[in-house]
Design a protein around this ligand. Structure first.
Ligand code: ATR
Length: 276
């Protein structure tokens, strides 16, 4: 079959910076799969029409990034459990009869990176999640599924954190705190799912929340992770991990869904690690 018969894409705005075309091309190369994977820039007002056109013209799968993850959830005809929980999706798949299935691989990609690449067994951990946007929501569910002992969510707008905890509905394990109400609490995993590193705020958190073996994890990577890394280093976190591995694992989950084969993510991680 020709490459045109296997058309995939990532939609975002902006999208020029996206590593997804490179990651999917590397996976396809490993497995001898022929495909085309393009980056499509669509402004919010044009997103739905652009996606529908892509699938109507034979597109088989699409990744979706900022700012379209909620719009992608809304336009789908079917939603997986992971999609329904997050209310925002990064993976769209063409189904027979013109239907479009929405799925979210952010949570599974995060957990795979943490547990397999960084060898952190999440079971029994006390985790703190900073932020309550779309990415935080997917990660909150994934942390619960992975067996954390407790999950505490804080957010600048507390109502958004409350909404996630309410949806999870396990108050003994998952609860919220005010951002400035963490004195006396202690966590062995702190996950940054805010956009503070992009928008330029500071991480105003007590250093006493970390234990000497604690890991800090930023869903961002590159320059966007510098600010949280600076905080983690200053307060003595044992480990700092950025979101480059999660980016590659969430791509691998989408790839496996589309092609039925799991790529080896390590060579792609090593390659991109040289740049970020
Ligand atoms: P995404 O879908 O990538 O998670 P988002 O929905 O825009 O993006 O969420 C961004 C998160 O970063 C939110 O939790 C936001 O807090 P609010 O819910 O109060 O908006 C958080 N955030 C962004 N800038 C922040 C800042 N300067 N200080 C604290 N939190 C910030």
């Amino acid at each position: 079959m020709s490459a045109e018969a296997h058309r995939y894409a990532v939609f975002g705005h902006p999208i020029a910076h996206s590593l997804s075309p490179q990651i999917h091309a590397a996976f396809a190369g490993q497995l001898g799969i022929q495909l085309s994977y393009e980056a499509i820039d669509a402004a919010p007002a044009e997103f739905e029409e652009a996606v529908r056109r892509f699938f109507a013209e034979g597109g088989l799968g699409a990744n979706v990034t900022l700012p379209h993850k909620e719009a992608a959830f809304a336009l789908a005809t079917e939603r997986t459990d992971a999609a329904a929980r997050a209310g925002a999706v990064n993976t769209l798949t063409a189904l027979v009869g013109g239907k479009i299935q929405a799925h979210n691989t952010d949570g599974s990609g995060f957990v795979r990176d943490v547990t397999e690449r960084h060898s952190l067994d999440l079971r029994g951990h006390d985790a703190l999640l900073l932020g309550a946007g779309g990415a935080a929501k997917a990660v909150a569910w994934a942390l619960m599924d992975a067996g954390v002992q407790t999950l505490t969510i804080v957010n600048r707008t507390p109502e958004r954190a409350d909404a996630i905890a309410d949806a999870i509905g396990e108050p003994a394990r998952c609860h919220t705190r005010y951002w400035d109400g963490l004195d006396g609490e202690c966590f062995d995993l702190v996950v940054n799912a805010t956009s503070i590193g992009v928008t330029g705020g500071t991480f105003d958190l007590p250093m006493s929340i970390l234990q000497d073996h604690s890991t800090c994890y930023d869903l961002c990577y590159g320059a966007a992770a510098a600010s949280f890394k600076g905080w983690a280093t200053a307060v003595g976190a044992r480990y700092f991990r950025d979101g480059l591995g999660m980016l590659i694992e969430q791509a691998a989950d989408a790839f496996e869904r589309w092609h039925g084969q799991r790529p080896d993510t390590d060579p792609v991680y090593q390659l991109l690690r040289q740049r970020f």
